[in-house]
Design a protein around this ligand. Structure first.
Ligand code: ZN
Length: 552
């Protein structure tokens, strides 16, 4: 069990913007942040996060809550699992009332085995020689904690001698259960190891490069609770400071490229986990607002990966460029050969993302063939139509030139988007909601309001009103209301005025209904009509807030 006090202090140390911003892309919108809701498919953002209230709410599907609730729902985790996940993401040490399998076990094992891998590198001359021959300095080996994992029996021997529990080592991705279920075996054997860190610099897994010509050149840790390779970037924890300072991030293809880039002074370099860049990487890339430079191999696979990544980045509004290293040379080789200057020049001359995408798309079609040209136009138009209107407008001339077409094919100028997001479809009800929102912000006014109205007068919002009075702070509709920017909060004078107007409408309607009612006795009817028409409404109109009367 996680200690409650430790949960409280975790809660106090995290910020919902960082938590949610770590999973999805948030954009600032006034005092709040907005995003496309991760819980339901949508194209215009109706998911709002409030830094001041530390809550989120989706006006589309109605979900809402705090940081922990978000992690539980998004990652399908139980409450304690979500707490552990948040603690791990924030490098926060939870305390436990009783030892059980938890993140701190996984972390302890990963740290211990990482240290052991490092020691092994010095004992293995072949591995060490390989690194030095690739031009990697002792300094870089230490900076990146590069190690070596020997034979499988030695791994098992180490875990046993260090008293590291095997089931937890398996959970951490170090070993795996053998197929017959009889025992465990080491996942990485006879490889150079590259520890992979979370952005907050704790080890979450390892990458291993073979030195025995194993057909799989690189192997990574399996997906574990800590290791999600579609979200991690190798070297990010070391590059973070430079990324923020220099407003630049270099994304390369391999671990060795990252090490060599750093060695040559390009300390903003990171790499994916041997997989393509995905939209899950975008929140991390957005941090510090850097220009994104893709530094990929100039071979077919590298070009395809660069095209895909630059399409995604440009559509997500990133600024940046692409460098393709020529003649099958990767940046690591160039730097090892002492050509850092050349690398720096290539980086400076990176082709901007959008022109790169346009050129590569057009390059796939034979423009001498009218049909191919038409298909090429279709592909370019589809891409360019997905850009924001002003950016789109700026690149139509280039797209037209590349295709050898008139700009008129792309339509005249940018379309004016009607981007206004309609959060509250209940315009008629703004008054009532505004009253409720004012009471959420200023609960001391509730008593005054209750002295002049009855909750049932609020009709479809009566339940919301009740939740407010009962202080159900986590009620999703209340959270939604408090974040709805289209509903104003009033001061006391405005509130009183709004109440008067609301009551005049209410009593006028009641007057009509009473007159037509066949269920009320004649005496009661005449009493009500007289009371409302000659007493209540005139007093309200004169500016008096008439106290609620049960008999009416
Ligand atoms: Zn939603």
């Amino acid at each position: 069990m996680i200690d409650n006090a430790s949960i409280e202090s975790l809660k106090n140390s995290i910020d919902i913007i960082d938590v949610i911003g770590g999973f999805i892309e948030l954009r600032k919108a006034g005092a709040n942040y907005k995003a496309n809701c991760p819980f339901h498919g949508e194209k215009t953002p109706s998911f709002v996060v409030s830094p001041s209230k530390q809550i989120y709410h989706c006006f589309g599907c109605g979900v809402g809550g705090d940081s922990i609730k978000f992690v539980m729902e998004l990652e399908k985790l139980s409450y304690p699992e979500a707490i552990e996940k948040l603690a791990s993401l924030n490098n926060f040490s939870l305390t436990y009332t009783k030892g059980s399998s938890d993140y701190s076990d996984s972390k302890r094992i990963l740290e211990a085995i990482g240290q052991w891998y490092i020691k092994n590198l010095d004992r293995n001359s072949v591995a060490k020689a390989y690194l030095l021959q690739r031009g990697i300095s002792q300094n870089s080996i230490e900076r990146f904690d590069i190690g070596y994992v020997p034979k499988g029996q030695e791994v098992m021997g180490f875990l046993q001698s260090a008293l590291l529990p095997l089931p937890q080592a398996s959970e951490a991705g170090i070993i795996a259960q053998s197929e017959n279920g009889q025992g465990f075996y080491a996942r990485l054997v006879e490889r150079i190891t590259f520890p992979i860190h979370s952005p907050s610099a704790s080890i979450v897994g390892f990458g291993g490069r073979t030195i025995t010509n194993h057909p799989a050149k690189y192997i990574n840790s399996p997906q574990t609770k800590l290791f999600n390779k579609s979200r991690l970037l190798y070297g990010y924890h070391l590059a973070k400071e430079s990324i923020y300072k220099n407003k630049k991030i270099i994304i390369c293809e391999g671990y060795l490229d990252v090490v060599m880039f750093h060695q040559a002074g390009f300390t903003e370099a990171v790499a994916g986990m041997g997989t393509a860049l995905t939209s899950e990487h975008l929140p991390m890339l957005r941090k510090g607002d850097p220009k994104v430079i893709l530094a990929y191999d100039g071979d077919k696979a590298g070009i395809a990966a660069a095209l895909k990544a630059s399409q995604m980045l440009s559509l997500a509004g990133f600024d940046g460029g692409v460098v393709l290293f020529p003649d099958g040379q990767d940046p690591a080789d160039l730097i090892a050969k002492g050509e850092s200057e050349n690398v720096a020049k290539l980086l400076r001359e990176a082709k901007p993302l959008i022109p790169f995408v346009l050129e590569k798309i057009v390059g796939q079609y034979d423009l001498h063939d009218p049909r191919a040209k038409e298909a090429g136009f279709g592909a370019v138009k589809q891409y360019i139509d997905s850009l924001t209107p002003i950016i789109k407008d700026a690149y139509i001339p280039l797209a037209s030139t590349l295709l050898g077409l008139s700009t008129s094919f792309f339509g005249k100028g940018a379309r004016v988007e009607t981007a206004r997001e309609n959060f509250s479809q209940r315009r008629d009800d703004v008054e009532q909601l505004s009253i409720l929102k004012t009471l959420i912000e200023n609960p001391s006014l509730i008593d005054n309001v209750l002295s002049v109205i009855n909750i049932e007068m609020f009709g479809v919002y009566a339940n919301l009103f009740r939740a407010l009075i009962n202080q159900e702070d986590t009620h999703p509709s209340l959270i939604g209301l408090s974040l709805d920017e289209n509903i104003p909060i009033m001061d006391e004078a405005m509130l009183n005025n709004a109440l008067r107007i609301f009551l005049i409408k209410h009593y006028s309607l009641k007057l009509k209904n009473v007159s037509h009612s066949e269920e009320i006795s004649y005496d009661k009817k005449s009493y009500l009509i007289r009371k409302i028409r000659t007493d209540i409404i005139p007093r309200l109109k004169k500016g008096e807030l008439v106290a609620y009367d049960h008999s009416v």
